[in-house]
Write a protein that binds this ligand. Structure first.
Ligand code: DC
Length: 233
């Protein structure tokens, strides 16, 4: 029997998984695990070494040299370390999103990272987000949510986030990036992005962040019987 409970959140890029999962983790006092950050760290390593990210033999060859660590700072934020260097910022660069998607399609990369993700769920109550959490990483999670939104809505949100950071971006390019990753993440042979048979769907195309959060809390209450702590509601 599991000693801890796990909430698995899967869905396409930009559906709001990380911000919603992070908010839930804070509200319920559990650990948020962003598994995309782990793939991004491998993608960054491949990028820095200038190797072809779709070449399985080349990427597999660098894996044993990578010490990937996930640590939480005092505010509870997840930080990623690559061979001791804090790469939390670098892994968010747009070109690294594509590298992460490329390396994540390689079966050897996925199996290499699987145990690390499972270990975190064995040791903590977690809300873990990714693409294959409910289907492969934690198939016995007590609650699985498939979070989605139209590509158009996701691209619009990404534009807004970039504008808030003062980054100018071209809408068509942002949309193309999202569509590229959707196609690659859903179309790959190993652990493709797809809802688990027992996943609860949450489509946020028409609703804002607060409404999405309220909906998540309702789903958590219905499925796990956990109330939102008073101070958070
Ligand atoms: O969630 P994200 O955008 O940070 O993820 C980056 C890439 O990593 C994404 O394009 C697909 C891949 N990924 C994956 O294949 N499986 C996961 N569990 C998480 C991310």
């Amino acid at each position: 029997m599991r000693e801890h409970f796990a909430i698995a959140i899967d869905g396409p890029s930009g559906a709001g998984k990380s911000s919603l999962a992070q908010r839930c983790a804070e509200a319920y006092g559990i650990i948020y695990v962003d598994t995309g950050a782990i793939y991004r760290t491998v993608g960054l390593a491949a990028y820095r070494q200038g190797i072809d990210r779709k070449d399985e033999a080349a990427v597999s060859a660098i894996l044993p040299q990578l010490r990937i660590e996930m640590r939480y700072d005092e505010s509870g934020e997840q930080r990623m370390y690559l061979n001791g260097e804090d790469v939390s910022r670098d892994i968010r660069m747009p070109e690294i999103s594509i590298c992460a998607s490329d390396v994540s399609a390689l079966p050897s990369v996925r199996s290499y990272l699987l145990e690390m993700q499972r270990q975190l769920a064995r040791e903590n109550n977690v809300i873990m987000d990714g693409r294959d959490i409910g289907t492969v990483v934690l198939p016995d999670a007590q609650l699985k949510i498939f979070l989605t939104a139209s590509a158009q809505a996701r691209a619009e949100r990404r534009m807004k986030q970039l504008a808030e950071k003062g980054v100018a971006a071209d809408f068509e390019e942002v949309l193309r990036d999202i569509q590229y990753r959707d196609a690659q993440d859903s179309g790959r042979k190993t652990a493709p992005l797809k809802p688990a048979d027992d996943a609860v769907y949450l489509d946020t195309t028409e609703i804002d962040f607060e409404a999405s959060f309220a909906k998540m809390c309702q789903i958590i209450h219905e499925h796990l019987g956990i109330e939102l702590p008073e101070a958070q509601s």
